[in-house]
Structures are given as C-alpha cells and as structure tokens.
Design a protein around this ligand. Structure first.
Ligand code: GLN
Length: 489
C-alpha cells in the first residue's frame, strides 16, 4: 500500500506495520493529516487541530523504535479526542462559546493514559455544546456532517468523533456517553462505539455534564480496536471518587472465541414499534446471525425501560444545572463585563451558552426547586432505581441484551432542531444502559434498504461484562462483514 493510503487502515493493522517497522509513525500521521485536509472542509469534524505536534511525536516514536525500544501497540497511532476532555495547554471548548479560549492546566486521565502509550493526538473533535444533543447541531462551532451523506447529521453528542473515524480522518477517537453519545453517533456513522460500565474509565478531566452518568469510551472502525483502546483507558483512578477499584480483565484475549450457548435477550419494549422498517429488518437479520453462530435469542421484557427518557431528561438537567453553575465569568472562560457581579454573571451566561444548554439549565433548576423537587427529581430517581432492578432481573435470564441502537438512520440536518422532544426520542434505546450503569456497544449491522445508511446493533451487558460483550460483538462483526468504505471515498 502506498504510504499516502495509510489513513484507510485500522489501528490494529497500523500497529502491526509499525511494529515490523514497515511504515513510520510520522508517515502514518502525515497520511491521516492529508485525509483531514481533504475531508474537513465538508465535514467539520474538528474544533482544534494539532497535526504538527502529531508528526513531531510520531518522529520520536520512530527514533525510539529504531533504537530498539519496546513500545505499546498504540504507539504511533493517530487519535482524535472529543473536545470535552481536558488536554493540558490545548484548547478544550466543550463545544461552547463560554470556553472558547479555555486551555486546561491539566490532563484528563483518559488522555494522559493514551499519551503515555504514545498515541498521536491530531485534534479535538466537534460535539454538541456540553455534550447535550443527539445531532451535533448544538455545537457553538457549527454542525458536523455525516460522511455517508453530508446533508445528514452524524448523531451526537460525539458527532465529530464518529464522523472522523467513519471518514478515515483517524482510526480511533474518544467520545463520552451520558445517554448514548458514543453509541448513537457510532450507529449513524457506521462505526463501533463502546460505552463502558460506569466507573470503569476515569472521569477525571471530563468537563462535567451529568456526573452520575458520564463515561468516556472508544470509537473505532473495528471491535478489536475498541478492545485495544479500552484496555488502555480502563483502570482505577484515585482522582475519580466513582472509579471502580481493582484490576481490569484482558479485553483482547476472548476475541475470536465462539459464542455458542451465549444467551441474547431482545428487549421486547424496544424491538420494533415506531422504528424505521429498514432498521428493524437489519436488526432481525442480525438476530438470525446470532442463531447461526450458535447463540440463543429470546424475548425479554424490561417493563420500566420506556420510562428511561422521562427519568433521564429530569436527572441530567438537574445535574447539569448544578455542574454548569461554575461558568460565572469570574473563574475561567468567557467574561462579559457589566456594572456589578450579578450583572456580569448574567451577561456572561446569556452570551456564552447556546439555546439547548439554557433550556436544560432552566429545566434542571425547576425540577430541583423547593416544592417541585420530590414530584420531579424524586420521581425520576425512583424510576432510575426501577430500571436498575429490571435490568438485574433481565440479566438473571440472559447474558446480554440487544436492541437496535437508534430508531432511525441518520436524519437530515435541521429536521429535528425545532422540536426538542423529537430529538430526545433518538436516545430511547441507549439511555437505559446509562441509568442502569451497564455497559453497551454499537456495531454496524448493515445498511437500511430505504436510504442506504448505516444501522447500528446495540449489545448491552451487566456491569463489568465488557469482555463478554466484546466477544459477542467481535463474532457478529466477522459474520456481518460491514463495508464502511463509502464514508471513506
Ligand atoms: N442525546 C442525549 C442528550 O442530549 C445524550 C447526550 C450524551 O450522552 N452526552 O442528553
């Protein structure tokens, strides 16, 4: 392969070539940067780009390898990081104008772990402001477009991360998922997106949206690459009080083992009604594939699951209204001068936040206010507990739960911006795993007949079942043989 085409390869493929010293990390970085130059004007997947530093670091990786150093399989692999993850000295906007010139004085653990493995950061990817959204249209830096069809959204909030991976701008990106923001855009862009169990990956250095749900995870073009990245970023971190102590299993060793006898539960409440026919068709086809591979498929009821959206859109605004109180014009970020402190605070927030963020702050403040707290926030917490229990009961019967990742394929830019409730409905299949604290992954399972756009198949496991979930995803991926090349053309 000519070195100019290296951008087409997965991280695992690049890793083999780098280890054999058949290609240089600097060449890989240059190839990816050329691809970004070509595709970025149309896609707008990045908020900031750091290509020059990536090439420099790549050359150092090459020197060390030439000197016989034993390096990580990720050394010299280009990555993109969602711009809500703090990178020391590199602008981190969270997609918001209120942080337009914010350069964090410290690194998020996910990033420092990846940097220590010597991955090459090529840029910070676009997202809905503060990760609030399902289409990337709420970014303060313009929408990202879907590489399969640029009149469509890439999904959100990690839309830039998904589009960048699908288009070949990076083999790996890191997203965050509070209610589906890794899995939903992965589904709409035809890539793999994994949301780890809450507490598996450190939240230290993630700009907080809803702290009881936020998790970072990998977005890649193959299940093996997702496992490779998860291996690096999942560890106990004393700087995150919700980090789960103890060692993590080896996510790679189970890949390739058969799934014979594995029990898959189709969530009855989320398996077809109101969904696009082409999505349902691909979903059903994948269930047949499971059977062919020797897995069993049965229908499982998770009665509370349809209340997930209701609970989520009370709990997350409540947490966000508290988390976002820190953007007051006095500590960091934007400051709009006004005669007194309160007026400065008001003017800064008025100018710095976009419409969706304001909507959620208002909603959150309302549901937490005295007199309404029990009725709204209290009820939502009860629903969340019920979902946790129903998931536990379901996982007593089956090993993994499956649903389509999203009810439809990628929708048109502008199609849902006028109706927030329509937008929120996108998350119906992804939110439950966040509320239950489970892990979930979306893998591409084909193209929908009506529009030729990618469909995602979601697999969820109980807490800490990533290894089993990845094993199933790997087996299905091999059988499905999804072709994502159209997004790379
Ligand atoms: N789309 C959901 C929301 O708008 C999920 C966002 C996320 O996971 N960060 O809140």
């Amino acid at each position: 392969m000519p070195s100019t085409d290296l951008w087409r390869l997965s991280a695992s493929e690049l890793s083999t070539l780098l280890e054999r010293r058949e290609v240089k990390a600097a060449e890989v970085a240059e190839s990816v940067i050329a691809r970004i130059e070509q595709a970025e004007p149309e896609l707008n997947a990045f908020i900031s780009r750091t290509g020059d530093a990536a090439v420099r670091h790549g050359s150092r990786v090459d020197d060390d390898r030439a000197n016989g150093a034993h390096l990580s399989p990720l050394a010299g692999i280009p990555i993109g990081i969602k711009d809500i993850i703090c990178t020391k000295g590199i602008r981190t906007t969270a997609g918001s104008k209120i942080l337009e010139s914010y350069k964090p004085p410290y690194d998020a653990t996910v990033w420092s772990d990846l940097r220590d493995e010597r991955t090459l950061l090529v840029g910070k990817t676009n997202l809905d402001e503060f990760a609030m959204g399902s289409s990337c249209e709420n970014s303060g830096y313009g929408p990202t477009r879907n590489p399969w069809d640029t009149s469509r959204v890439p999904g959100g909030s990690s839309g830039g991360s998904a589009a960048a991976v699908a288009a070949g701008m990076v083999p790996i990106s890191i997203g965050t998922d509070t209610g589906g923001s890794i899995r939903q855009p992965a589904s709409l862009c035809g890539v793999v997106g994994l949301k780890p169990t809450y507490g598996l990956v450190s939240r230290y250095g993630l700009v907080a949206f809803a702290s009881s749900l936020d998790q970072a995870g990998p977005m890649t073009r193959s299940v093996r690459d997702a496992a490779l990245v998860l291996k690096t970023i999942s560890r106990y971190d004393p700087r995150d009080s919700t980090s789960i102590p103890g060692d993590r299993p080896d996510y790679l060793s189970g890949l390739g083992r058969p799934i014979t006898g594995m029990r898959f539960g189709v969530i009855k409440e989320l398996s077809g009604e109101g969904m696009q026919p082409g999505v349902v068709e691909r979903f059903q086809q994948t269930l047949t594939t499971i059977n062919r591979l020797g897995g069993s498929v049965e229908e499982v009821s998770v009665p509370s699951v349809t209340y997930g959206i209701d609970a989520y859109y009370v709990i997350t605004p409540a947490e966000a209204s508290s988390n976002l109180a820190r953007y007051d014009g006095t500590r960091y970020g934007l400051r709009v001068e006004a005669p007194d402190v309160l007026a400065t605070n008001r003017a800064t927030r008025e100018a710095g936040f976009g419409a969706e963020v304001k909507r959620r702050i208002l909603l959150g403040t309302y549901v937490l206010s005295s007199g309404y707290y029990e009725a709204w926030y209290g009820t939502a917490l009860k629903l969340r507990t019920q979902i946790v229990r129903d998931f536990e009961a379901a996982f007593g019967k089956v090993d993994l739960l499956v649903t389509p990742t999203t009810p439809t394929t990628a929708f048109a830019i502008g199609e849902k911006t006028a109706d927030p409730l329509q937008m929120y409905l996108n998350d119906i299949c992804t939110i439950p795993a966040n509320l239950a604290g489970s892990c979930g992954v979306s893998i591409p399972c084909g193209l929908a007949a009506e529009d030729g756009l990618p469909v995602g198949f979601q697999i969820m496991g109980p807490a800490l079942a990533e290894a089993t979930m990845l094993r199933a995803a790997f087996a299905l991926e091999a059988e499905i043989g999804f072709d994502g090349s159209k997004a790379m053309s």
